[in-house]
Design a protein around this ligand. Structure first.
Ligand SMILES: *Cc1c(COP(=O)(O)O)cnc(C)c1O
Length: 457
């Protein structure tokens, strides 16, 4: 091969963006506010104060378009940021597609995913506020790993409730958290009121993100010097991730390309928001016209099969009510491998822009995801985490369409983490033990019935 192809678009540390982007002020209508579960009035900063430090609460409700990233946070980011943008030449060739496929790789972070982008600022702001300990939940273990790492840097204690099925299946994730100094419990646990109550029902023994959140929130809400950290869903978390998209804009400019399709996987919505919100800003400004598509698991399809309603963020019903696409806070998804996507709700901000028609969504079943992942690994050399395999599968669908239609197609996706701790899932796939369970409407009905009814207006 004589032609010299560029595979990687990198930025110098000095080119790293120094602000996060807030999509809210650019929207045609504001997202509905969170509600206090008792009064059903819009929740004020004081309702969040037992859980979060004021700096993060202010970011949660901010109307500023750009927020400066604090120096100590930039300093940590520089350890692995700017992250690389790759052109998937070999995958394109294997697909025989004229489409150009780019992926922004977040697996280069110390935790192996995009999660440290928000774990680091959350630990930083809590430290500034004098907090001693952070509690959290973790699904697949990536968020618990990221927060344990961030807490170690800022000298905070970190206590993590890991979803039971993931705790049992991923001992190396737990060990990684422990290496960083995190204290890990299997959820549901005996340590909290919520864990004891929900754990009494066998249907809850495998755990869920909703249950683990209840446990972590309870401990934070009942201890003065303890706060809670959430790895997705909330506005401030989505905003911290926008550094992904801001870097990608600069990198694609170096590649001289403009995306026609941006696809990302959605669990709570943070890596998707991080990649897409800066591009949506450009789209709203009339500069670009990409389709923006969320890829969600067929077994936990909050956007494509959930309802848009006020619901609790956790299973015990302790959080403020948030208007979001939800399968019901009682919904216990199948223990699929993409543990990070097993959340009953979708970020209120993502749900809102989905309602506004600014983004689309498609669901993908596990086996299609792993088939895509294996093809990706064998061409690009990176083993993806189970979550971004959903985005890769959608990218491949679009690339194959381009082959039929011949339409100019430039696909951008976020490879938001590596799968080095998820090889048991690959084992299942490669050895023919992975199945797709068809979910009927009846299976959703019971959990949907638990969504609280909130009078309109
Ligand atoms: C946590 C996680 C997700 C799901 O969370 P989002 O907030 O939707 O990004 C997806 N991929 C990876 C690698 C994760 O760690």
């Amino acid at each position: 091969m004589d032609e010299v192809r560029q595979h990687k678009y990198v930025l110098d540390e000095s080119e790293m963006p120094t602000t996060w982007y807030n999509l809210v002020p650019d929207l045609p209508s504001p997202p509905p506010p969170a509600l206090h579960p008792g009064t059903l009035q819009p929740a004020g900063p004081e309702d969040f104060a037992p859980l979060f430090p004021m700096d993060l609460i202010l970011q949660e409700v901010s109307q500023e378009r750009y927020i400066d990233i604090p120096g100590p946070v930039l300093d940590v980011y520089r350890q692995w940021r700017p992250s690389p943008l790759f052109r998937a030449h070999r995958l394109e060739e294997a697909l025989g597609t004229p489409a150009r496929i780019y992926y922004k790789y977040e697996g280069v972070s110390p935790a192996g995913s995009h999660k440290p982008n928000t774990a680091v600022p959350q630990a930083y702001y809590n430290k500034l506020a004098g907090v001693k300990k952070l509690t959290t939940e973790t699904g697949a273990g990536q968020w618990g790993t990221a927060l344990s790492f961030a807490c170690a840097l800022f000298d905070l204690e970190c206590e993590v409730w890991q979803v039971g099925s993931s705790y049992d299946a991923k001992p190396y994730r737990r060990l990684m958290m422990e290496v960083f100094g995190g204290k890990v419990h299997r959820s549901p646990s005996e340590l909290t009121e919520a864990g004891r109550r929900l754990g009494a029902d066998p249907k809850n023994w495998s755990g869920s993100l909703g249950i683990a959140i209840s446990e972590a929130v309870e401990v934070a809400a009942t201890n003065d010097d303890v706060r809670y950290a959430l790895g997705s869903v909330l506005n401030h978390v989505l905003m911290h991730q926008t550094i992904i998209g801001e870097e990608a804009i600069l990198q694609l400019a170096k590649a001289g390309d403009t995306p026609t399709h941006i696809v990302g996987c959605t669990g709570g919505g943070s890596n998707f928001a991080g990649l897409t919100f800066p591009f949506l800003r450009e789209k709203l400004a009339g500069n670009i016209t990409p389709r923006v598509i969320a890829a969600e698991p067929a077994s936990c399809p909050s956007l494509t099969r959930g309802v848009y309603a006020y619901d609790f963020g956790d299973t015990a019903g302790m959080t403020p009510l948030m208007k979001m696409h939800t399968l019901g806070h009682d919904f216990i998804p199948d223990p699929i491998h993409a543990g990070g996507l097993r959340y009953h709700g979708m970020a209120p901000l993502i749900s809102h822009i989905y309602e506004l028609g600014m983004i689309e969504a498609e669901s993908v079943a596990q086996t299609e995801c792993f088939s895509a992942a294996v093809q990706f690994a064998r061409t690009e050399g990176i083993v993806p985490a189970p979550e971004p395999t959903h985005a890769i599968a959608l990218a491949i669908r679009e690339a194959l369409k381009a082959k039929e239609t011949g339409e100019e197609t430039v696909i951008l996706t976020a490879l938001c983490g590596h799968g080095h701790f998820d090889l048991a899932a690959y084992d299942e796939y490669l050895n023919g033990r992975m199945v797709d369970n068809e979910l009927t409407d009846e299976m959703f009905a019971a959990a949907l019935a638990t969504i609280p009814s909130v009078p309109v207006g």
